[in-house]
Write a protein that binds this ligand. Structure first.
Ligand SMILES: NC(=O)c1ccc[n+]([C@@H]2O[C@H](COP(=O)([O-])OP(=O)(O)OC[C@H]3O[C@@H](n4cnc5c(N)ncnc54)[C@H](O)[C@@H]3O)[C@@H](O)[C@H]2O)c1
Length: 273
Protein backbone atom coordinates (compact mmCIF):
# COMPACT_ATOMS: atom_id res chain seq x y z
CA UNK A 1 0.00 0.00 0.00
CA UNK A 2 1.38 3.43 -1.00
CA UNK A 3 1.69 6.23 1.50
CA UNK A 4 -0.30 9.21 0.19
CA UNK A 5 2.79 11.38 -0.32
CA UNK A 6 4.41 8.73 -2.47
CA UNK A 7 1.84 8.95 -5.27
CA UNK A 8 3.55 9.48 -8.61
CA UNK A 9 1.95 12.31 -10.61
CA UNK A 10 2.08 12.55 -14.41
CA UNK A 11 1.12 15.70 -16.30
CA UNK A 12 -0.11 15.52 -19.90
CA UNK A 13 0.11 18.99 -21.47
CA UNK A 14 2.94 21.31 -20.43
CA UNK A 15 1.13 24.59 -21.13
CA UNK A 16 -0.25 27.19 -18.73
CA UNK A 17 -2.15 24.85 -16.40
CA UNK A 18 0.39 21.99 -16.55
CA UNK A 19 3.22 24.36 -15.70
CA UNK A 20 1.34 25.93 -12.79
CA UNK A 21 0.59 22.46 -11.35
CA UNK A 22 4.23 21.36 -11.82
CA UNK A 23 5.46 24.51 -10.03
CA UNK A 24 3.06 23.83 -7.13
CA UNK A 25 4.56 20.34 -6.74
CA UNK A 26 8.09 21.74 -7.06
CA UNK A 27 7.34 24.34 -4.33
CA UNK A 28 6.25 21.55 -2.01
CA UNK A 29 2.60 22.67 -2.05
CA UNK A 30 1.33 19.25 -3.23
CA UNK A 31 2.59 16.07 -1.57
CA UNK A 32 3.24 13.99 -4.67
CA UNK A 33 6.26 13.03 -6.73
CA UNK A 34 6.24 14.72 -10.13
CA UNK A 35 7.30 11.63 -12.05
CA UNK A 36 6.78 12.55 -15.70
CA UNK A 37 5.36 15.01 -18.19
CA UNK A 38 4.23 14.65 -21.77
CA UNK A 39 3.60 17.15 -24.56
CA UNK A 40 3.29 16.83 -28.32
CA UNK A 41 5.55 19.92 -28.46
CA UNK A 42 8.81 18.95 -26.71
CA UNK A 43 9.83 22.61 -26.35
CA UNK A 44 6.88 23.05 -23.95
CA UNK A 45 8.29 20.27 -21.76
CA UNK A 46 11.71 21.93 -21.68
CA UNK A 47 10.14 25.30 -20.86
CA UNK A 48 8.18 23.71 -17.99
CA UNK A 49 11.28 21.99 -16.61
CA UNK A 50 13.24 25.27 -16.80
CA UNK A 51 10.77 26.74 -14.27
CA UNK A 52 11.34 24.00 -11.69
CA UNK A 53 13.98 24.32 -8.97
CA UNK A 54 14.00 20.91 -7.25
CA UNK A 55 12.24 18.47 -9.56
CA UNK A 56 13.13 16.99 -12.95
CA UNK A 57 10.18 14.98 -14.28
CA UNK A 58 10.96 12.59 -17.14
CA UNK A 59 9.68 13.29 -20.64
CA UNK A 60 7.57 10.27 -21.60
CA UNK A 61 5.03 9.54 -24.28
CA UNK A 62 1.40 9.40 -23.23
CA UNK A 63 1.13 5.63 -22.79
CA UNK A 64 4.42 5.24 -20.89
CA UNK A 65 3.47 8.14 -18.61
CA UNK A 66 0.08 6.65 -17.79
CA UNK A 67 1.65 3.24 -17.16
CA UNK A 68 4.26 4.72 -14.80
CA UNK A 69 2.14 7.14 -12.75
CA UNK A 70 -0.52 6.57 -10.07
CA UNK A 71 -2.38 9.79 -10.80
CA UNK A 72 -2.54 11.45 -14.22
CA UNK A 73 -3.57 15.04 -14.94
CA UNK A 74 -4.77 15.93 -18.43
CA UNK A 75 -4.28 19.61 -19.24
CA UNK A 76 -3.77 19.26 -23.01
CA UNK A 77 -6.85 19.67 -25.18
CA UNK A 78 -10.34 18.26 -25.67
CA UNK A 79 -9.28 16.13 -28.66
CA UNK A 80 -6.77 14.22 -26.47
CA UNK A 81 -9.32 13.13 -23.86
CA UNK A 82 -10.60 9.92 -25.51
CA UNK A 83 -7.11 8.39 -25.94
CA UNK A 84 -6.00 9.40 -22.45
CA UNK A 85 -9.22 8.09 -20.92
CA UNK A 86 -8.90 4.70 -22.67
CA UNK A 87 -5.27 4.32 -21.53
CA UNK A 88 -6.16 5.30 -17.94
CA UNK A 89 -8.82 2.57 -17.98
CA UNK A 90 -6.38 0.07 -19.53
CA UNK A 91 -3.77 0.68 -16.80
CA UNK A 92 -6.24 1.31 -13.96
CA UNK A 93 -5.07 4.85 -13.24
CA UNK A 94 -6.92 7.66 -11.49
CA UNK A 95 -7.24 10.71 -13.70
CA UNK A 96 -7.96 14.43 -13.47
CA UNK A 97 -9.38 16.04 -16.63
CA UNK A 98 -9.13 19.78 -17.24
CA UNK A 99 -10.68 19.49 -20.70
CA UNK A 100 -14.18 19.00 -19.31
CA UNK A 101 -15.72 19.22 -22.79
CA UNK A 102 -13.89 15.99 -23.68
CA UNK A 103 -15.32 14.23 -20.63
CA UNK A 104 -18.83 15.28 -21.62
CA UNK A 105 -18.24 13.59 -25.00
CA UNK A 106 -17.02 10.38 -23.31
CA UNK A 107 -19.62 9.65 -20.66
CA UNK A 108 -19.56 5.97 -21.76
CA UNK A 109 -15.91 5.81 -20.63
CA UNK A 110 -16.93 7.29 -17.27
CA UNK A 111 -19.14 4.22 -16.85
CA UNK A 112 -16.26 1.90 -17.81
CA UNK A 113 -14.00 3.67 -15.29
CA UNK A 114 -16.69 3.27 -12.63
CA UNK A 115 -16.85 -0.48 -13.22
CA UNK A 116 -13.04 -0.70 -12.77
CA UNK A 117 -13.12 1.47 -9.60
CA UNK A 118 -11.02 4.18 -11.29
CA UNK A 119 -11.49 7.69 -9.90
CA UNK A 120 -12.19 10.37 -12.51
CA UNK A 121 -11.96 14.00 -11.37
CA UNK A 122 -13.04 17.20 -13.10
CA UNK A 123 -12.02 20.31 -11.16
CA UNK A 124 -14.43 23.24 -10.79
CA UNK A 125 -12.13 25.18 -13.11
CA UNK A 126 -13.09 28.71 -14.05
CA UNK A 127 -16.47 28.76 -12.26
CA UNK A 128 -17.48 28.85 -8.60
CA UNK A 129 -20.62 27.28 -7.15
CA UNK A 130 -20.05 23.62 -8.10
CA UNK A 131 -20.12 22.70 -4.39
CA UNK A 132 -23.69 24.05 -4.04
CA UNK A 133 -24.75 22.51 -7.36
CA UNK A 134 -23.37 19.16 -6.24
CA UNK A 135 -25.34 19.26 -2.99
CA UNK A 136 -28.52 20.53 -4.70
CA UNK A 137 -28.37 17.65 -7.19
CA UNK A 138 -28.94 15.12 -4.42
CA UNK A 139 -32.60 16.18 -4.03
CA UNK A 140 -34.88 18.25 -6.20
CA UNK A 141 -32.49 20.16 -8.48
CA UNK A 142 -34.78 22.03 -10.89
CA UNK A 143 -32.90 24.58 -12.95
CA UNK A 144 -29.29 25.44 -13.82
CA UNK A 145 -28.51 28.58 -15.80
CA UNK A 146 -25.12 29.98 -16.78
CA UNK A 147 -24.80 33.58 -17.92
CA UNK A 148 -21.36 34.28 -19.38
CA UNK A 149 -20.30 37.85 -20.07
CA UNK A 150 -17.09 38.67 -21.92
CA UNK A 151 -15.66 41.63 -23.86
CA UNK A 152 -16.60 41.42 -27.59
CA UNK A 153 -12.95 40.82 -28.59
CA UNK A 154 -13.13 37.46 -26.75
CA UNK A 155 -15.54 36.27 -29.47
CA UNK A 156 -13.33 37.12 -32.46
CA UNK A 157 -13.20 34.26 -34.94
CA UNK A 158 -16.13 32.36 -33.36
CA UNK A 159 -17.75 30.55 -36.28
CA UNK A 160 -21.23 30.61 -34.74
CA UNK A 161 -21.18 34.43 -34.91
CA UNK A 162 -19.62 34.52 -38.39
CA UNK A 163 -22.44 32.26 -39.63
CA UNK A 164 -24.97 34.71 -38.18
CA UNK A 165 -23.19 37.70 -39.76
CA UNK A 166 -22.26 39.18 -36.34
CA UNK A 167 -18.92 41.03 -36.22
CA UNK A 168 -17.68 41.31 -32.59
CA UNK A 169 -15.76 44.52 -33.49
CA UNK A 170 -19.08 46.22 -34.23
CA UNK A 171 -20.71 45.41 -30.88
CA UNK A 172 -20.89 48.69 -28.92
CA UNK A 173 -23.64 47.88 -26.39
CA UNK A 174 -24.37 44.89 -24.18
CA UNK A 175 -25.62 42.20 -26.64
CA UNK A 176 -27.00 38.70 -26.02
CA UNK A 177 -25.24 36.66 -28.70
CA UNK A 178 -26.47 33.21 -27.61
CA UNK A 179 -29.39 31.85 -25.61
CA UNK A 180 -29.87 28.07 -25.64
CA UNK A 181 -28.81 24.77 -24.10
CA UNK A 182 -25.33 23.90 -22.82
CA UNK A 183 -25.08 21.27 -25.56
CA UNK A 184 -25.63 23.93 -28.24
CA UNK A 185 -23.27 26.33 -26.43
CA UNK A 186 -20.35 23.90 -26.36
CA UNK A 187 -20.75 23.36 -30.11
CA UNK A 188 -21.15 27.04 -31.01
CA UNK A 189 -18.63 28.49 -28.56
CA UNK A 190 -15.67 26.12 -28.10
CA UNK A 191 -13.86 28.63 -25.87
CA UNK A 192 -16.76 28.45 -23.42
CA UNK A 193 -16.89 24.71 -23.58
CA UNK A 194 -15.27 23.73 -20.29
CA UNK A 195 -17.43 25.76 -17.94
CA UNK A 196 -20.67 24.71 -19.68
CA UNK A 197 -19.49 21.07 -19.79
CA UNK A 198 -18.45 21.00 -16.12
CA UNK A 199 -21.82 22.43 -15.05
CA UNK A 200 -23.67 19.94 -17.28
CA UNK A 201 -21.81 16.96 -15.83
CA UNK A 202 -22.22 18.23 -12.26
CA UNK A 203 -25.89 19.16 -12.66
CA UNK A 204 -28.80 18.24 -14.90
CA UNK A 205 -27.01 17.42 -18.15
CA UNK A 206 -26.23 19.36 -21.33
CA UNK A 207 -29.80 19.48 -22.70
CA UNK A 208 -31.45 20.86 -19.57
CA UNK A 209 -28.70 23.33 -18.58
CA UNK A 210 -29.46 26.80 -19.97
CA UNK A 211 -26.66 29.07 -21.23
CA UNK A 212 -26.81 32.74 -22.12
CA UNK A 213 -23.72 34.43 -23.60
CA UNK A 214 -23.39 38.21 -23.59
CA UNK A 215 -20.82 40.32 -25.43
CA UNK A 216 -20.33 43.37 -23.23
CA UNK A 217 -17.97 46.18 -24.26
CA UNK A 218 -18.07 47.55 -20.69
CA UNK A 219 -16.39 44.56 -18.98
CA UNK A 220 -12.72 43.61 -18.95
CA UNK A 221 -12.99 40.25 -17.14
CA UNK A 222 -14.61 36.96 -18.14
CA UNK A 223 -17.66 36.85 -15.89
CA UNK A 224 -19.71 33.71 -15.17
CA UNK A 225 -23.00 33.93 -13.29
CA UNK A 226 -24.37 30.56 -12.17
CA UNK A 227 -28.01 30.44 -11.05
CA UNK A 228 -29.23 27.22 -9.45
CA UNK A 229 -32.78 26.50 -8.28
CA UNK A 230 -34.10 23.46 -6.46
CA UNK A 231 -35.82 22.15 -3.35
CA UNK A 232 -33.05 23.76 -1.26
CA UNK A 233 -33.91 27.27 -2.52
CA UNK A 234 -31.88 29.33 -4.99
CA UNK A 235 -28.32 30.58 -5.29
CA UNK A 236 -26.40 32.88 -7.62
CA UNK A 237 -22.63 32.54 -7.79
CA UNK A 238 -20.62 35.12 -9.74
CA UNK A 239 -17.02 34.63 -10.86
CA UNK A 240 -15.02 37.49 -12.38
CA UNK A 241 -11.91 35.86 -13.79
CA UNK A 242 -8.49 37.33 -14.43
CA UNK A 243 -6.45 35.54 -17.10
CA UNK A 244 -3.64 33.16 -16.24
CA UNK A 245 -0.23 34.90 -16.34
CA UNK A 246 0.87 32.11 -18.73
CA UNK A 247 -2.12 31.96 -21.11
CA UNK A 248 -4.53 34.89 -21.64
CA UNK A 249 -7.21 32.46 -22.88
CA UNK A 250 -7.23 30.50 -19.61
CA UNK A 251 -8.63 31.88 -16.36
CA UNK A 252 -6.11 31.80 -13.52
CA UNK A 253 -8.74 30.29 -11.20
CA UNK A 254 -8.66 27.11 -13.32
CA UNK A 255 -5.04 26.36 -12.39
CA UNK A 256 -5.68 27.18 -8.74
CA UNK A 257 -8.71 24.90 -8.74
CA UNK A 258 -6.74 22.01 -10.30
CA UNK A 259 -3.89 22.41 -7.81
CA UNK A 260 -6.27 22.35 -4.85
CA UNK A 261 -8.15 19.36 -6.26
CA UNK A 262 -4.89 17.35 -6.49
CA UNK A 263 -4.03 18.43 -2.93
CA UNK A 264 -7.43 17.13 -1.81
CA UNK A 265 -6.86 13.80 -3.54
CA UNK A 266 -3.61 13.18 -1.67
CA UNK A 267 -4.33 14.84 1.69
CA UNK A 268 -6.63 13.67 4.47
CA UNK A 269 -8.54 16.95 5.14
CA UNK A 270 -11.35 17.62 2.65
CA UNK A 271 -13.40 20.79 3.13
CA UNK A 272 -16.49 21.62 1.07
CA UNK A 273 -19.06 19.42 -0.61
N1 LIG B 1 -12.09 23.29 -16.80
C1 LIG B 1 -11.97 24.59 -17.06
O1 LIG B 1 -12.70 25.43 -16.53
C2 LIG B 1 -10.90 25.02 -18.02
C3 LIG B 1 -10.54 26.36 -18.09
C4 LIG B 1 -9.50 26.72 -18.95
C5 LIG B 1 -8.90 25.77 -19.76
N2 LIG B 1 -9.31 24.48 -19.70
C6 LIG B 1 -8.74 23.46 -20.60
O2 LIG B 1 -7.54 22.94 -20.06
C7 LIG B 1 -6.69 22.51 -21.14
C8 LIG B 1 -5.29 23.10 -20.95
O3 LIG B 1 -5.38 24.51 -20.91
P1 LIG B 1 -4.05 25.43 -20.93
O4 LIG B 1 -4.48 26.83 -20.73
O5 LIG B 1 -3.00 24.84 -20.05
O6 LIG B 1 -3.63 25.25 -22.46
P2 LIG B 1 -2.19 25.56 -23.15
O7 LIG B 1 -2.50 25.78 -24.58
O8 LIG B 1 -1.46 26.61 -22.41
O9 LIG B 1 -1.41 24.17 -22.97
C9 LIG B 1 -1.82 22.96 -23.56
C10 LIG B 1 -0.56 22.12 -23.80
O10 LIG B 1 -0.98 20.79 -24.15
C11 LIG B 1 -0.16 20.36 -25.25
N3 LIG B 1 -0.93 19.34 -25.98
C12 LIG B 1 -1.96 19.51 -26.84
N4 LIG B 1 -2.39 18.32 -27.27
C13 LIG B 1 -1.64 17.37 -26.66
C14 LIG B 1 -1.64 15.95 -26.68
N5 LIG B 1 -2.47 15.26 -27.44
N6 LIG B 1 -0.73 15.31 -25.92
C15 LIG B 1 0.13 15.99 -25.15
N7 LIG B 1 0.18 17.34 -25.08
C16 LIG B 1 -0.70 18.01 -25.82
C17 LIG B 1 0.12 21.61 -26.05
O11 LIG B 1 1.28 21.47 -26.85
C18 LIG B 1 0.31 22.65 -24.94
O12 LIG B 1 1.66 22.73 -24.51
C19 LIG B 1 -7.39 22.95 -22.43
O13 LIG B 1 -8.12 21.88 -22.99
C20 LIG B 1 -8.35 24.02 -21.95
O14 LIG B 1 -9.49 24.14 -22.79
C21 LIG B 1 -10.27 24.09 -18.83
Amino acid sequence: MLFRREKKLGIIGCGAIGTEIACAVDNGDINVILEACCDTDKSKYHLLVSKLKKTKPALLDMEKLIKKCDLVVECAQKAAVTDIFKLAIKYNRDIVFLSAGGVLENMDLVEQARSKLINVYVPSGAVVGIDGLDAAKYRGLKQVTLITRKPPKAFKGVKYLEDKGINPDEIVTETVIFDGTAREAVIGFPANINVAATLSIAGIGPDATRVKIIADPFVSTNKHELIVEGDFGRFRAITENFPSPNNPKTSYLTSLSAIVLIKKIVEPLHIGT
